[in-house]
Write a protein that binds this ligand. Structure first.
Ligand SMILES: Cc1cc2nc3c(=O)[nH]c(=O)nc-3n(C[C@H](O)[C@H](O)[C@H](O)COP(=O)(O)OP(=O)(O)OC[C@H]3O[C@@H](n4cnc5c(N)ncnc54)[C@H](O)[C@@H]3O)c2cc1C
Length: 302
């Protein structure tokens, strides 16, 4: 990798060369890399500008809840850690203007407190707000994209850009406005008013998730998107279950016996085991049912 001495000249960042990043994704695949914690938008702008000038490739990590990290990350691995005063969420607002690094579970607590209609859609999703918006994360209650009013991002030249609702297009687990090198720094989230039903709905949904998903295990959530089959959307987890792949084990990885679309890391797995397991399941599903399973989990771009 290029000389990274310039990182010492930027305030409000912390640089960790060749850091063990195995705990930086929820699946906890073994991983190392040059890691930068970025504490302000200004610092991010300076950093991306320099990376652009020096042709240094970087990638951005949220909570790592939907990412497969390689054993050695070749790019500069960035993570946002913007200051956020939790008191901001203790007031009812029409629109919440939030840093991209804020955790969704903090927002769920706010949704329960005020009964914010619409915010139930991201119940139980482990994520940073920016990662959730990038993925258009959602549940069968809806998708976060429905609530996004405005997004601020920094592009690869270090310029701050503001995208308003008309610029923000989403589809299933996908955004259509973040270009290569863009980093989301701020999101404005609206809601659809208040209702006393939201708190109980969220609590009930959380309970159901803990019964139907292996939340006590190291996973990356659903590995595959739900495919469309015979013009209807079906659950990838049920497909994997039907063809008898629950419990399938490769090295330290196992298809969950609780939910077929989850793969658990019960040891010291790395990407070199994860990729063949993902492909083996895809091949078997294709062979037995003729269905193409597309991955929802993303390989970290290095
Ligand atoms: C137990 C479990 C349950 C889950 N359940 C669900 C569910 O019900 N529904 C659902 O949709 N997902 C679910 N997921 C997957 C995951 O929580 C979501 O995809 C979530 O949106 C990932 O957010 P993150 O912050 O972890 O992003 P990461 O996984 O860190 O990153 C995801 C992508 O977003 C990009 N990204 C992250 N931050 C930024 C940024 N600031 N700017 C630009 N790009 C960025 C990354 O580069 C990467 O490409 C689950 C995961 C687990 C482990």
């Amino acid at each position: 990798m290029a000389n990274l001495d310039f990182l010492n000249e930027i305030e409000d960042i912390e640089f960790f060369p060749d850091k063990d990043l195995s705990n930086f994704s929820t699946l906890k695949l073994k991983s190392h890399g040059n890691f930068v914690l970025v504490k302000t938008v200004n610092a991010l702008r300076q950093l991306l500008k320099k990376c652009n000038e020096k042709e240094i490739h970087y990638s951005i990590l949220g909570w790592g809840a939907n990412l497969l990290l390689p054993k050695q990350i070749e790019s500069l691995c960035l993570k946002l850690d913007f200051e956020f005063d939790k008191k901001y969420l203790s007031e009812l607002r029409e629109v919440y203007v939030l840093p991209g690094s804020v955790a969704l579970n903090q927002l769920t607590a706010c949704a329960i407190k005020f009964g914010l209609k619409g915010w139930e859609v991201f119940t139980g999703i482990p994520a940073s707000l920016a990662g959730a918006v990038f993925m258009n994360a959602g549940t069968n209650l809806g998708e976060i994209g429905e609530l996004v009013e405005e997004v601020k991002l920094v592009n690869s030249q270090g310029e701050l850009r503001i995208l308003s609702k008309d610029d923000l297009k989403f589809s299933y687990r996908k955004n259509h406005f973040v270009n290569d090198g863009d980093i989301i720094v701020e999101v404005s989230l609206s809601h659809k008013g208040q209702s006393e039903e939201i708190g109980p709905l969220i609590k009930d949904y959380l309970k159901k998730r803990s019964q139907n998903q292996p939340l006590d295990k190291r996973t990356c959530g659903c590995v595959y998107k739900n495919p469309v089959y015979a013009n209807a959307s079906c659950h990838a987890g049920q497909i994997i279950d039907i063809i008898g792949l629950k419990g399938l084990t490769l090295g330290d990885l196992r298809v969950s016996t609780v939910h077929g679309n989850f793969i658990e890391n019960f040891g010291e797995a790395d990407l070199e085991t994860m990729l063949p397991l993902i492909e083996a399941i895809q091949e078997e599903v294709k062979l037995q049912l003729g269905i193409d399973l597309e991955t929802e989990v993303r390989r970290f771009e290095d």
